[in-house]
Ligand binder design. Structure first.
Ligand SMILES: Cc1cc2nc3c(=O)[nH]c(=O)nc-3n(C[C@H](O)[C@H](O)[C@H](O)COP(=O)(O)O)c2cc1C
Length: 329
C-alpha cells in the first residue's frame, strides 16, 4: 500500500490516475481502473451534451462503486463550443462526480468562475492539468484541490514551454502546497517511485492504459505501441498555436512538412481531423491521422488487465523504494 495525500483525498487504494483520452476513456475502461484501485477517467468530449454525459456517468456508477474523474478540456475545438462545456459542467455538478480533470483554460476563468463555484459547492474535487509553475500557482490561488504537472513527454497537448517531467514535478512541489500529480512518461513502478521521490502525491498515465485488455482498441494498435520506441513521437502544431505530441506516421510527417514551409490550418486540418478516429482505434490503421501518444510508448512491453497493471506498478514501486531490487546496499 502506498498512501499519499491523493489516495486519502480521493479515497482510493493506489495513487494512480488515468488522464483524459478522447475516443478511449469510455465507462468500461474508467470503471475497470477504478475497480483496480486507481482513479478511472471518463472523457466528456466524446458526448454531445448534458444528458449523454449524465448517462455515461450513471453507466460508470453501475460498473463501479469506486471514485472516478471526469475530464473536460477547455481548448479551442472545432467540435465543441461554450454551450457544450457548460452542459458538461452542469452534468458533473448535478451528478456530484467525485473529481474533475480540467485541461486548457482554467475553470475559474471560464464564464466568470460560475462553474468553478458550482462544482466546488457540489463537492467535486477539481484538478487542473498544467505544464508550468506559473499555471500551477494560479490553480492553487484559485482554489483547485490539486494540480497535474504534465511534462513535455506526455501524449496529447504538452505546453509549448517544453519543461520535462523530472524538472516540472519538483518545481511544482517546492512552489505549491496543494497535491501535485505527475503526468508525462509515467508507465511503471519505477515511474511511480520516481514521481514520489520528486515530490508528487501520485501519477497520471494515459498512453499506458491503451495497452490494457479493458481499453477498446484493435489489437494492431497495442502491437504497434509495443513495437514503437520513445524516439517515435513528434511535437507538432506550434505554427497553429496548439502544440501536440503524436505517433510518427505518414500524416504527421506531412503536417511537419506543411508547418516547415509556413502552410496553414486549412492544409493541416484534413490530415489530423477527428474523423480518422475509428479507422485508427477500431481498425488499427496506424499510418493515418493524429495518434496522440506519449514518449512512454518506449516503456510499454505488454498488454495486461487494469488490475494487473496497477498491482504491478505499486509492487514494483514498493520494491524500488525499499531497496529490494538488489541494486542498492
Ligand atoms: C489517446 C490519448 C487521448 C488523449 N486525449 C486527451 C483529452 O481529450 N483531454 C486531455 O486533457 N488530455 C488528453 N490526453 C492526454 C492525457 O490525458 C495525459 O495528459 C497524457 O497522455 C499523459 O502522458 P502519457 O501519455 O505519457 O501517460 C490524451 C492522451 C492520449 C494518449
Amino acid at each position: 500500500m502506498i498512501e499519499t495525500r491523493l489516495t486519502k483525498m480521493m479515497g482510493i487504494k493506489h495513487p494512480i490516475v488515468c488522464g483524459g483520452m478522447m475516443r478511449l476513456a469510455y465507462p468500461p475502461l474508467c470503471a475497470a481502473i477504478s475497480n483496480a484501485g486507481g482513479l478511472g477517467n471518463l472523457t466528456s468530449a466524446m458526448y454531445d451534451g448534458k444528458e449523454s454525459l449524465q448517462a455515461a456517468i450513471r453507466e460508470v456508477r453501475e460498473l463501479t462503486d469506486k471514485p472516478f474523474i471526469v475530464n473536460v478540456t477547455l481548448l479551442p475545438s472545432i467540435a465543441l463550443g461554450p454551450e457544450q462545456y457548460m452542459a458538461f459542467f452542469d452534468a458533473c455538478a448535478e451528478e456530484r462526480v467525485p473529481a474533475m480533470e480540467i485541461g486548457g483554460v482554467p475553470l475559474d476563468r471560464f464564464e466568470g468562475g460560475k462553474y468553478f463555484k458550482k462544482l466546488k459547492d457540489a463537492g467535486v474535487k477539481l484538478f487542473h492539468k498544467v505544464g508550468s509553475v506559473k499555471h500551477g500557482k494560479h490553480a492553487e490561488e484559485a482554489g483547485y484541490d490539486g494540480v497535474i504537472a504534465a511534462g513535455v513527454e506526455e501524449g496529447g497537448h504538452p505546453l509549448n514551454e517544453n519543461v520535462t517531467t523530472t524538472v516540472l514535478t519538483p518545481r511544482m512541489a517546492e512552489e505549491l502546497s496543494i497535491p501535485v500529480i505527475t503526468a508525462g512518461g509515467m508507465v511503471n513502478g519505477r515511474s511511480l517511485a520516481a514521481a514520489l521521490c520528486l515530490g508528487a502525491e501520485g501519477i497520471l498515465m494515459a498512453t499506458r492504459f491503451i495497452n490494457t485488455h479493458e481499453c477498446r482498441v484493435h489489437d494492431k494498435v497495442r502491437e504497434e505501441l509495443i513495437r514503437r520506441n520513445e524516439n517515435e513521437t513528434v511535437l507538432y502544431g506550434n505554427t497553429i498555436g496548439l502544440q501536440g505530441r503524436a505517433l510518427l506516421n505518414d500524416s504527421i510527417r506531412k503536417v511537419m512538412e506543411i508547418e516547415s514551409r509556413g502552410g496553414g490550418l486549412d492544409e493541416i486540418l484534413p490530415l489530423i481531423s477527428g474523423t480518422y478516429g475509428d479507422e485508427i482505434w477500431q481498425k488499427g490503421n496506424m499510418n493515418i491521422g493524429l495518434i496522440p501518444v506519449g514518449q512512454s510508448i518506449g516503456l510499454i512491453h505488454d498488454t495486461v488487465s487494469c488490475r494487473e497493471l496497477l498491482d504491478r506498478i505499486v509492487r514494483e514501486a514498493e520494491e524500488v523504494l525499499s531497496h529490494n531490487t538488489g541494486r542498492f546496499s
